[in-house]
Design a protein around this ligand. Structure first.
Ligand code: PEP
Ligand code: MN
Length: 338
């Protein structure tokens, strides 16, 4: 349930409500707005009555949340969550451009592409060090060496960095090197991993599982937030359908839907979402039109030789063109009040 406090309720009034709830086994998540504080209470509702809570001083109303997700819901937090990533912010109405190769393939190569994507307008740098590959015989990533290269590229370019963590045992290691922890599509319902990244003080980008419903996806975010980490970014990366011309089917309706249901920032990954580099630019623009907070795209110096995901990777030139298109599209939307 959500307890909406009256405007300018005092700290004592908030503390009293909190103590009544914690005494009865509820866990409390506070959302402080400029004038109003909202308490999200998760626990057994039969242990306290709404009337009792509503009678407490400073309480305006108590609202039951019937949806299975609570902390991620708009009912709990009406304002958009803005996640800080280094000097960048995501969810504030702008567009973050996350770019880089699928995998970090070597130091020289990665430092070069990092510089290239920065010059072309990327605001956050991506690169996989631990790769979730379908085949155990495919390139699995440079692992810790890859993390070192990623962090070095971040320092040299001044861009924040993001990389995937696949194993709960590696969360603290990856968090030492990366500004954002990525949970890959295949791990969206790895609940031990979700709980582990929930204990870390780093933002988490949570990709949609290839067969996950919107509700299952938001429930995965709920795991992370309820474990203590409110800085979750959702990333639509396509779902599996009967269609085979594209690698996945990019569900852009998820963007406005998530914006309605949750307060979390939403990113779109048209690279994995389509699997085809030719579709990346048009689907990125469509994602911006749908109201996303950022896009994530794969870029490689020489896509034909990439160790993973070459067919969906843009060249640096194509990426530069894409960034120009995104910036113009966003400016046109702002100028027209969209
Ligand atoms: C990736 O971003 O490199 C990746 C493996 O993505 P996904 O988890 O969406 O397949
Ligand atoms: Mn990839």
């Amino acid at each position: 349930m959500v307890i909406v406090m009256e405007p300018y309720a005092t700290e004592e009034q908030i503390a009293l409500v909190e103590s009544k709830l914690t005494e009865r086994g509820f866990s409390i998540h506070l959302s402080r707005g400029v004038v109003r504080t909202i308490l999200g209470a998760v626990g057994d509702r039969s242990r306290i009555s709404f009337e009792f809570l509503e009678a407490l001083p400073g309480v305006e109303k108590v609202v039951a949340i019937l949806k299975p997700f609570k902390l991620a819901s708009r009912e709990f937090k009406t304002e958009d969550t803005v996640v800080r990533i280094g000097k960048e912010r995501i969810g504030d109405g702008g567009i973050q451009v996350i770019a880089g190769p699928c995998a970090i393939e070597g130091r020289e190569k990665y430092l070069e592409i990092a510089q290239m994507v920065k010059e072309a307008g990327a605001t956050i740098l991506r690169g996989g060090a631990f790769k979730p590959r379908t085949s155990p015989y495919s390139f699995q990533g440079l692992e810790e060496e890859g993390l070192e290269i990623l962090a070095e590229a971040g320092r040299l370019t001044g861009l924040p960095v993001i990389t995937e963590v696949m194993d709960p045992r590696l969360v603290s290691l990856v968090a030492e090197y990366s500004d954002v922890l990525q949970i890959g599509a295949r791990n969206m319902q790895n609940f031990f991993l979700l709980r582990e990244v929930g204990t870390v003080d780093k933002p988490v980008l949570l990709k949609r599982g290839p067969s996950a419903t919107i509700e299952e996806w938001i429930m995965a975010a709920e795991y992370i937030i309820s474990s203590g980490n409110p800085n979750v970014i959702l990333c639509e990366r396509g779902i599996r359908t009967f269609e085979t011309y594209t690698r996945n089917t990019l569900d852009l309706s998820a963007v406005p839907l998530l914006k309605h249901l949750t307060h979390l920032p939403v990113v779109v990954d048209p690279s994995h979402g389509t699997g085809k580099w030719r579709l990346v630019q048009p689907m990125s623009l469509a994602a911006v039109g749908a109201g996303c907070d950022g896009i994530m795209v794969e870029v490689h110096q020489n896509p034909a030789e990439a160790l993973s995901d070459g067919p969906q990777s843009l060249t640096p030139e194509n990426f530069q063109q894409l960034v120009g298109g995104i910036r113009r599209m966003k400016a046109a939307m702002k100028a027209n009040g969209i």
